[in-house]
Design a protein around this ligand. Structure first.
Ligand SMILES: Nc1ncnc2c1ncn2[C@@H]1O[C@H](COP(=O)(O)OP(=O)(O)OP(=O)(O)O)[C@@H](O)[C@H]1O
Length: 373
């Protein structure tokens, strides 16, 4: 790719994890199965966000790909090259990890150029300057690492990963120390650079907005296992199980104990809501998921209220662009949070009717957590 930016272009490569496994075993301590037979196929030039709770194995996965952690089993391929047994320097993987120390005696510019010098890259200086400009950190180039703030160090780590023009790029919480406005700008620039140069990328993040805005696809992980791998829309609109439904989405989805009636409705407390579902066998207990933004609260007597649940507002927060009403469904213990339009002001004690489109009511098996469709 000829770009005229002095950055050059990487050749996009697929990254394929097959049955990748990691068991940590340390003497005298119980072993820990951190990553369990993980399969993940990242397309050339695609950006994947790995999302999941603390301790689910995200960092371990990146460290195995980078060669900073041994692999217990399985394979890691870049294109048709198996890399899982190669030393880190031979893998051709760019790593933007916070813990990846900079050399203190060198300036930021020298740190960024270090790997390029070894490759005798004639455009090294130009590349360093171009990446620094793009990440809004040209003013840091002549400083030494010790004097940098954590947000500045993070940008340097990101720049260092990008400047080597790796076919595969691994980023662990790359923007977590930046303030909100810098984070938004650097996030956009990162996405632009990634698209432009076709780095096949995995980003680990806790931040859902970051994951949604950066990623072509999300891999949602729990306890060492990928629970769902799909586009942000697929994961949000069609969650595979209770874990994914609960983990993705802010404000969090409401999960309510209900009973599948077998006649096209689900019973919540003393009322019912219509659902679309093909599994219409006998009555059974289910977990019912309703996202706050999917439901509506109408005043009693509204058209269609016969399809709704009579509920009582317990608490109402007006958040300028929208409201959040916490309501009690009669016969249901858990409180339910519903997002309301800004113009709809509610107050504790209001009696309203909760409705939700039948195809936005998710049902889960209460034991396995699997989606019931
Ligand atoms: N060197 C190690 N020895 C033993 N257990 C480890 C080691 N490194 C990580 N673990 C354990 O493996 C599990 C996965 O850790 P990992 O850092 O991959 O999780 P994570 O999803 O990245 O979490 P976080 O978001 O908090 O960084 C954790 O339970 C952790 O305690």
């Amino acid at each position: 790719m000829s770009t005229g930016t002095g950055l050059g272009g990487a050749t996009a490569q697929p990254l394929t994890l097959s049955k990748l496994d990691k068991v940590y075993s340390s003497r005298g301590r119980e072993s820990f199965h951190a990553v369990k037979a993980m399969d993940l196929a990242v397309q050339p030039g695609e950006l994947i966000a790995l999302l999941g709770p603390s301790g689910c194995g995200k960092t371990t996965t990146l460290r195995m790909i980078a060669g900073l952690e041994t692999v217990t089993g399985g394979s890691i391929m870049i294109g048709d090259r198996e890399i899982s047994q190669l030393p880190p320097g031979k893998r051709n993987v760019g790593v933007g990890f916070e813990s990846y120390a900079l050399y203190p005696p060198l300036s930021v510019r020298e740190n960024l150029g270090y790997g390029l010098k070894a490759r005798k890259d004639p455009q090294a200086a130009e590349r360093v300057q171009a990446i620094a400009d793009r990440l809004e950190m040209a003013d840091l180039l002549d400083l030494r690492p010790a004097g940098l703030s954590s947000g500045q160090k993070q940008r340097v780590a990101l720049a260092r990963a990008l400047v080597r023009n790796p076919p595969v790029l691994l980023l662990d919480e790359p923007l977590s120390h930046l303030d909100a406005s810098a984070r938004n700008r650097v996030r956009r620039e990162l996405k632009v650079l990634q698209r432009e140069f076709g780095y096949t990328t995995i980003v680990v993040t806790h931040d859902q907005v970051e994951a949604l805005s950066l990623a072509d696809r999300l891999a949602v992980m729990n306890a060492g296992v990928i629970q769902q791998f799909g586009t942000p829309d697929e994961v949000f609109d069609d969650p595979a199980n209770l874990f994914v439904a609960t983990f993705v989405g802010e404000p969090q989805i409401n999960i309510i104990d209900g009973v599948l009636t077998g006649d096209g409705t689900v019973r919540l407390g003393s009322g019912t809501l219509p659902i679309t579902i093909t599994d219409q066998s006998a009555e059974r207990s289910v977990k019912v998921g309703i996202r706050p933004a999917d439901a509506a609260l109408g005043t009693a007597g509204d058209a269609g209220s016969s399809d709704g649940l009579a509920v009582t507002v317990r608490f109402y927060e007006h958040l300028m662009e929208f409201g959040l009403a916490t309501v009690d469904i009669p016969g249901v213990d858990a409180r339910t949070v519903i997002q309301t339009p800004a113009v709809q002001r509610l107050a504790p004690g209001d009696q309203v009717t909760l409705t939700a489109p039948a195809d936005r009511i998710y049902l889960f098996d209460p034991t396995s957590g699997d989606r019931i469709r």
